[in-house]
Structure formats: C-alpha cells, structure tokens
Design a binder for this molecule. Structure first.
Ligand code: G1P
Length: 299
C-alpha cells in the first residue's frame, strides 16, 4: 500500500486559439480536429479514464462549445440513431457521454500554460493532480500515466514525462537536466528550461504533455513572472520546484519510450492521422495498399 494521496483529478488546458490550423479552427476548436473518426480530445479523455481518472477539468476559452457538446448527451441524435437501427453508433455516443465527469472553467485571458493550470486551483483543492495536454496523444498500447503514478508512489513530489528527441528539435519543448535513479526509466529532475536554444539545452530529454503535480504548484504559479514568449510558463514554475525539493518534494520524471502522436502542428498532425489510421483494422490495410500504390505513381 502506498502512503501517497491518490490521483483522482485531471486538468486539461483547451483554451488555445489553434492559430496553426486556421482557417480550420476559425469556428471549430483544434481539439475537435479528427484523428481518423474521433476528435483528438477524446483520445485524451479515454487515456485518463483508462488510468482510473474520471474527474476532468477543461480549462476552456471562447468558441469551445463543441467540446462541451461532444462529451454531453445528445437526445435528438440518440433517438434518430435508434430509429434507424444504428444501435452500435448509438451505444458509442452513450459511451462517450459517460466517459468522465467533465467540469469547465474559462481562462478568459490566455496568458500561457502556467496560467491555464493556475485556473484549476479551486477545483483541484489540496490534492495532487495530473495535467494532460491535448496536443500530445499517447498510444493506448503504451500508456504513460500508470508509470507516472507508480513513480509518484515511490518518490512523492511532482512527476514529469520525458522523451528523447533529436537535438535539432529540443527548442520546441521544455528540456530537463536530470540525474539517474536506481530505475533506468525514472530520473531525478534537477533543472528545467522552456524551449532552450540547442546551445543551452542541458540534455535531449523533452517534456511531453503529461504532468503529475502537487497543489503547491499553485503558489509558485501565482508568483511566476512571464517567461518564454511573454507567457506564464508551467516549465518555469516546475524549475523552481526542481531546484528546491524542500518546497514540494522535488521533481522526478518517467522516460517515455512508447508511441506518442503530436497533433500540435500541421505536418505532425497529418503524420499522426496516418499512423493511427494505418494501425486500424477497419481502414489500415486498404490505406496501406493505396499509399504504396500512390507513391509508386499508380493512382
Ligand atoms: C508545452 C510546454 C512544453 C512542453 C510541450 C509538450 O509547449 O510549454 O514545455 O514540452 O507543451 O508538448 P507547447 O507545445 O504548448 O508550446
């Protein structure tokens, strides 16, 4: 048995403007862009549910009604599907509406990821919680949350997820300075830099969008000065906790070696759609055959 407090809540920042996907995101939240036939955000909610976390707080902004509708009941549509005999689809819609208890808070003025997380203070209260970023989808065959919760039960404090990336990409991520532990998949984080220039990156270990945080983060965020891009950065607040373990139990990280799909920019998003589709039994084989033929110039 662990003496650590259980993780029952997740915070999901979804207030971003989605400017990289305009005009597709003019009237549709980027989190609703489909990855094959499910909106990206549904993968995140299913990932939380698979880890036993069904109390979710979405930190939203303007034009995000579609997110609320997606996870709500839709009586007219449900009846129409039943009338048509489309029971499998009806059951799938019911399942989506029952995936989680989703709460909403508006960020108002989007001042950065750290600011979005700080909006969760009154919902989260005095318990540890996870933060899940919708741009990062984790393949359900290689989950990361269970390993993070295990690391938390052993080490306490905050737990990050890190992934090795090519040096040329480290400027796109938070980057961690680390020390080994007795487990090759878990490291102690001694420092963090948000989106460093390659010359100042302490490693090739990139922060990916899953965090297990202690409520003390809210005090640090409240004092946090704007950082990279003029935004209140979660990475900067976590750097303080990493450098002063006495504040909130320090910071450890799990090295993620599984499959992650990045939906944060156009090219990565397209790659993600293809990867997920090629793995699907219903469309994968035909898509693979078509791509091969297309690339050979036969289509
Ligand atoms: C955010 C974080 C960054 C992290 C990344 C993971 O950046 O600020 O530290 O590495 O998510 O996806 P964003 O991609 O939102 O700019």
């Amino acid at each position: 048995m662990t003496s650590q407090r259980p993780i029952v809540k997740a915070v999901v920042p979804v207030a971003g403007l989605g400017t990289r996907f305009l005009p597709a995101t003019k009237a549709t939240p980027k989190e609703m862009l489909p990855v094959v036939d499910k909106p990206a955000i549904q993968y995140v909610v299913e990932e939380a549910q698979a880890a036993g976390i069904i109390d979710l707080l979405f930190v939203t902004g303007r034009n995000k009604d579609a997110l609320e509708n997606h996870f709500d009941r839709a009586p007219n549509l449900e009846h129409a599907l039943l009338d048509k005999g489309a029971t499998a689809l009806h059951d799938e819609l019911m399942r989506i509406a029952e995936l989680a208890h989703i709460h909403y808070v508006r960020q108002g003025n989007p001042l950065g990821l750290g600011h979005a997380v700080s909006m969760a203070k009154s919902h989260v209260g005095d318990s540890p919680f996870v933060v899940m970023l919708g741009d990062d989808l984790i393949d359900s065959r290689t989950p990361i949350l269970p390993a993070m919760i295990e690391a938390y039960e052993k080490h306490g404090g905050s737990i990050l997820a890190l992934m090795e990336v090519p040096e040329s990409e480290i400027h796109l991520y938070g980057c961690a300075a680390v020390e080994p532990t007795d487990n090759p998949d878990v490291v102690r984080v001694t420092g963090l830099i948000e989106k460093p220039h390659i010359s100042e990156a302490p490693s090739n270990l990139a922060v990916i969008g899953r965090y297990l945080l202690q409520p003390e983060i809210f005090d640090v965020l409240a004092e946090q000065e704007p950082g990279r891009g003029g935004e209140i950065q979660l990475t900067d607040a976590l750097a303080k906790l990493a450098e002063a373990p006495e504040l909130a139990g320090g910071v450890h990280a799990v090295i993620f070696r599984g499959r992650r799909y990045d939906t944060g920019d156009k090219l990565s998003y397209l790659k993600s759609v293809f990867q997920v589709a090629l793995d699907r039994e219903d469309v994968g084989p035909d898509l693979r055959a078509w791509i091969t033929s297309y690339l050979a110039g036969n289509v």
